[in-house]
Structures are given as structure tokens and as C-alpha cells.
Design a protein around this ligand. Structure first.
Ligand code: EPS
Length: 377
């Protein structure tokens, strides 16, 4: 299967299936000298993991990372970093029937038509289990970006089905079982999710992901645009159906005088651009929103066809998330970090000698650490 590698100078190749012996990745192009240990991965892997609450899949994976290469005496050596996580809690018998049937809305059918063969256990290669290794690679990128440039990346869930935050406080997101920026609303979300789980149905979610502290100049016109590669990165995550940068689709109904981010020596007045102009970072916060579709593995029966073309009724067993988007913030952060790390190295390679030729215009649309873009209706 081709296209398992993401990035050019910081290139991450993932491998493995949900119910295979292990999943892993090879991170090639990491600069030497970065301190990395298994403990560095723990927090983000736990943030993404299943079983953190009753609102996610109850599969219990230890997600213990093994560093197989590329690190000597606790520091990266510049050689490929191979990371491995063994699968320890797969229940393949849950998928016995699915091997012959296509779940509506799932990758099953498209994989079958393309390859003529697939590993149906736990979704195989199309499983969200693969995102574990994106998060692992993202840990390396996040650490380098923070140490080298002071760049930080954060994400939250900004919509669950039709529910949106009534207040916005980034400081409560990490303590929330839903990565939700309004602590007072959590009981409402719990009631909603409990009813949804009982019903057997699933819903979609929107994730907001931001990077702060970027210098201007990262990103390449024309085909290597920062926002273009960000869209590619986010769309490559399982279940993603839409990506917006800055004002996104709301730009359609804006006037030019509303959309443009006025510039003053003391700062940008807003950030409808989402931190990117001409595919290149402006130094404003990079802001992206990602739409996740409802999970397609449902225990509620529905008509479908089997591999022979017969009409059948499909019921999915197994341990599934009623809303995959609820576990997605760490994955979106990791993908944004991979894009930024790759672009930072590419910028350094071509334009490292240019320096900053104009005085830097600060922030825009809220001070660093605040909401970078006004909330969209
Ligand atoms: C997934 C199906 C479930 C989830 C899995 C993603 O797998 P299983 O049926 O084997 O429990 O638990 O998520 C993870 C294991 C993970 O680590 O994210 C799917 O179909 O995508």
C-alpha cells in the first residue's frame, strides 16, 4: 500500500494494523541532539487513547512505546527513529462477520474495490488505531518546535453534533473528558453522550487546532502552501470530511473590508487569514478547524451488500467510539506539528540566510494565548 509517508524533510512513515502484532512508525529527518525518552510520549498517547472515559471505545491498550533506533544516550542522532507499540487488547472475533460485509459509510467497500483483499479485524489499516503513531511522531515535532522556536500547538473540541461552547476558556480543556472549552457545559454533554450511547447511534464533531509563536515565513508557494499541507494533513486523519483555515467557509459571505486583517505597527487587528497569506505564515496564530463525521461502525442494523453482491443486514459488534471526534484533538495537534516541523526545516534549507527583512507585526485577533479568531456562528 503506497502513500504511508507524510512530509518531505521531516518524513514520517507509519505501519501496522489494528489487530496485527504491533503498530509503528519511522521518523526520518529529525535534527540531531534533541533529548527524547519514552516518558516524553506518555502524556499525548494517553490523551488520545481509548478507554479514558465511558464516552470512548473501551478497548484498553497500554500504548507503551519502544524506541528502536535513532536515539543514543537519550538524544536523537539524526538517523531514522523507529517507534513501536505492541497491540495487546484486540478481540478479532468481533469482526468475524464484517469480513464478508461492507459497513455503510466505512472504508470497507472502497478498500475491497481497490485491493481485492483487506484485513477487517478492528478496521485493519483503516482503523483509528493508526493515529497512535501520528501522535507519537508529533511528540518529537512538538518538542523540537517548542525548544527551537517557542512554537506551541493546542486543540479542543469546538462542536459536538449541534452543541457548541457557550463560553470559551482554554485553561479547562485538558481537564475536560471532551476536550471542551466550557467547563459548565460538561454535564449537558455527558447527558447527551449517555443517551447517544444507549441509542446505539453516533455523531460528528468539530475540532479546533491552533499553533502559537510561529515566525513569519514558513510555507512554500505554490504547491507547498502551509495551509494546503495543513489541509492535506488533517484530511488524512480517519473520518475527516472538512477543513477550514481561519475564517474558512465564512469568508464566502464576508466583504473584503471585513475579511482583510488590518495591519498596524502594534499588531494585526484580526486573524481571518488564520495565520497564512499566500501559503506562508504571517506570524499570527495558525488556526484550523476540522470536521469529523459520525462513526460508521454501528450496532444498529442497516441494509448493505456482502462481497458477493447479496443484500444483507449489517450489525457491527466490537468496541466503538460513539463520536470519534472526541479523541481527535491530540491527533490534530500532532498533524499540525508534523506540517510545521517539515516546513520549518524546508524554510531553513532555502531561506535560512534571509532573516527577517521587515519588522515583525505581532499577533492579531486576540493576544497570544487567547482565541486567535473570533468564534464563527
Ligand atoms: C476502531 C475500532 C475499535 C477502536 C479503535 C478504532 O477497535 P476495536 O474494535 O479493535 O476495539 O477501539 O481504536 C483504537 C484501538 C485506538 O487505539 O484508537 C476503528 O474501527 O477505527
Amino acid at each position: 500500500m503506497a502513500s504511508n509517508t507524510f512530509g518531505r524533510l521531516f518524513a514520517v512513515t507509519t505501519f501496522g494494523e489494528s489487530h496485527g502484532p504491533a503498530i509503528g512508525c519511522v521518523v526520518d529527518g529529525c535534527p540531531p541532539g534533541l533529548a527524547i525518552a519514552p516518558e516524553d510520549f506518555r502524556r499525548d498517547l494517553e490523551r488520545r487513547a481509548t478507554g479514558r472515559s465511558r464516552h470512548t471505545s473501551q478497548r484498553r491498550e497500554a500504548d507503551e512505546i519502544e524506541i528502536l533506533s535513532g536515539v543514543y544516550e537519550g538524544r536523537t542522532t539524526g538517523t531514522p527513529i523507529a517507534l513501536l507499540i505492541r497491540n495487546t487488547d484486540a478481540r478479532s472475533k468481533d469482526y468475524a462477520k464484517i469480513g464478508e460485509q461492507f459497513r455503510p459509510g466505512h472504508a470497507d467497500y472502497a478498500y475491497w474495490q481497490k485491493y481485492g483483499i483487506r484485513d477487517p479485524r478492528g478496521g485493519g489499516r483503516s482503523s483509528a488505531r493508526e493515529t497512535t503513531m501520528r501522535v507519537a511522531a508529533g511528540v518529537i515535532a512538538k518538542k523540537w518546535l517548542a525548544e527551537r522556536f517557542g512554537v506551541t500547538v493546542r486543540a479542543c473540541v469546538s462542536q459536538l453534533h449541534t452543541l457548541t461552547p457557550k463560553a470559551w476558556d482554554w485553561s479547562v480543556v485538558e481537564d475536560s473528558p471532551f476536550f471542551w472549552p466550557d467547563a459548565a457545559q460538561v454535564p449537558e454533554l455527558e447527558t447527551f453522550m449517555d443517551a447517544l450511547r444507549k441509542s446505539g447511534d453516533s455523531v460528528g464533531a468539530r475540532v479546533r487546532v491552533e499553533a502559537h509563536g510561529l515566525p513569519p515565513g514558513w510555507g512554500e508557494p505554490v504547491y507547498g502552501k502551509l495551509d494546503g499541507e495543513l489541509a492535506h494533513a488533517m484530511m488524512s486523519i480517519n473520518a475527516v470530511k472538512g477543513v477550514e483555515i481561519g475564517a474558512g467557509f465564512a469568508s464566502v459571505s464576508q466583504l473584503g473590508t471585513e475579511h482583510r486583517d488590518l495591519m498596524h505597527p502594534e499588531g494585526f487587528a484580526s486573524n481571518h487569514a488564520g495565520g497564512v497569506l499566500g501559503g506562508i505564515s504571517t506570524g499570527q496564530p495558525l488556526v484550523c478547524e476540522v470536521a469529523f463525521k459520525p462513526t460508521s461502525s454501528l450496532r444498529l442494523p442497516g441494509p448493505t451488500v456482502d462481497v458477493h453482491g447479496n443484500a444483507v443486514e449489517v450489525v457491527t459488534t466490537g468496541r466503538h467510539d460513539p463520536c470519534v471526534g472526541l479523541r481527535a484533538p491530540p491527533i490534530c495537534e500532532a498533524m499540525m506539528a508534523l506540517v510545521l516541523m517539515d516546513q520549518a526545516l524546508r524554510h531553513r534549507a532555502q531561506c535560512g540566510d534571509v532573516g527577517e527583512v521587515a519588522p515583525r507585526i505581532p499577533g492579531g485577533g486576540g493576544a497570544a494565548g487567547g482565541n486567535a479568531v473570533e468564534r464563527k456562528p
